[in-house]
Design a protein around this ligand. Structure first.
Ligand code: PMP
Ligand code: GLU
Length: 397
């Protein structure tokens, strides 16, 4: 008997989670590994958020199911947060609270894609987009961007891949894995193309408060009523408030699509965990502003410290990211120097021989980059980069 479905056999495990597990397993087995795999802040959740969660448990409020689409109080808090950071206030019918942003993305694909519909995904892309589109029977259509262009897509490229099956254009700014942030002008041009071609926009803004230097986050949904109407925004608490374990995401957009996504949530997750929803009400209030800024400025400090060290690694080419907490060096030359022609083999060798866990570019749609997360302490980061440099110098042929 064939046990597994064709469906599950056709999709890949999340590359980021798989690399993180491998690093943890090796550490548990006694190996000295510097783990730069996972994109999750290394801070504990801000205290007011914890306090709100504990109160909701103590008062018994967290014991029960909530509305499938999220607590009305949380939708209200999210709407007020939106007013602050997006400049418009969505109605409750335009908001869905999900079990993590990852599920919000999947519920969106399930809600808008018919079999064969195409989703344009700028590459390099975050690992889950590609397989989620396939899981919803859509077709991921990637548009290659280059390090030299700071990983940005152009309207000309969009025009080249457009077909009569194009349904959605995905935008992720600040980007995981590249850290690229689009400017207002760039988003206006991309947005106009979507309007002219009647394509929906999916904007994953999960890193919206993690921008550095002079960079500014611009929301495509805030640029005009027309763009807002066709954009589904994905956001959440994981990155901004260091709440990856709490699993709360948000989708904000067209009420009809939100209602469809809510139906999917009601048949799958029932509701996002109640205690996490009560915690998130506090997260979206301004009581957390100073905590968010402390974490953001710490990431920026790490970036400023690690960049010169990384630029010194032989065969690494890197552009300074404007946001998120990842470095995405091009390592084509380092692969050549060490005799590797596969990025997966090169990444495995770094893990096995240098004791540094990074994520191979493959899962992000790249054959000659690696991703390193700097959401870890500075000592580990510096040690990791030092090990990389020494390993490449030693292995160069
Ligand atoms: N989008 C991007 C770009 C991400 O990096 C992540 C990783 N956490 C998510 C969505 C999913 O976030 P969540 O933890 O809320 O599922
Ligand atoms: N988004 C994070 C990352 O890219 C967490 C892992 C995941 O959700 O894939 O590392």
């Amino acid at each position: 008997m064939k046990k597994l479905s064709n469906f599950v056999s056709s999709i890949a495990e999340s590359a980021t989670l798989a690399s993180a597990k491998r690093a943890k397993d090796l550490t548990a087995a006694g190996r000295d590994i510097i783990d730069l795999t996972l994109g999750q802040p290394d801070f504990v959740t801000p205290e007011p958020i914890d306090a709100a969660a504990i109160a909701s448990i103590k008062t018994g409020k967290a014991s029960f199911y909530t509305q499938a689409g999220g607590l009305p109080e949380l939708k209200k808090a999210a709407a007020a947060y939106w007013e602050r950071f997006y400049g418009y206030e969505p109605k409750a019918s335009e908001i869905l609270v999900t079990s993590g942003a990852k599920f919000a993305l999947y519920a969106y694909f399930l809600s808008v894609l018919d079999p064969g519909d195409e989703v344009i995904i700028p590459a390099p892309y975050w690992v889950s987009y590609f397989d989620q589109v396939k899981m919803a029977e859509g077709i991921p259509v990637t548009v290659e961007t280059r390090l030299e262009d700071h990983f940005k897509i152009t309207v000309e490229q969009l025009q080249e891949v457009k077909s009569d099956k194009t349904k959605v254009l995905l935008i992720n700014s600040p980007s995981n894995p590249t850290g690229m942030v689009y400017s207002k002008e760039e988003l206006l041009a991309i947005g106009q193309w979507a309007i002219d071609n009647d394509v929906l926009i999916l904007s994953d803004d999960i890193y919206h408060r993690l921008v550095y230097g002079k960079s500014e986050f611009v929301a495509i949904s805030s640029l005009s009523d027309e763009l807002r109407a066709r954009t589904m925004v994905i956001n959440g608490v994981s990155k901004t408030f260091s709440m990856t374990g709490w699993r709360i995401g948000l989708a904000v957009g067209d009420a009809e699509i939100i209602s469809a996504m809510t139906k999917i949530a009601s048949q799958t997750t029932s509701n996002p965990t109640a205690v996490s929803q009560y915690a998130s009400i506090e997260a979206f209030s301004d009581s957390t502003d100073s905590y968010v800024e402390t974490m953001r400025s710490e990431f920026e400090k790490r970036l400023e410290t690690i960049m010169p060290a990384l630029e010194n690694v032989p065969g690494f080419e890197v552009v300074k990211p404007d946001g998120a907490f990842y470095l995405f060096p091009k390592v084509a030359e380092a692969m050549r120097m060490t005799g590797y022609d596969s990025i997966d083999d090169f990444s495995s060798a770094i893990l096995e021989e240098a004791g540094v866990a990074i994520v191979s570019g493959t899962g992000f749609g790249s054959g000659d980059h690696i991703r390193m997360s700097y959401a870890t302490d500075l000592d580990s980061l510096m040690t990791g980069v030092k090990r990389l440099k020494e390993w490449i110098e030693k292995r160069s042929i």
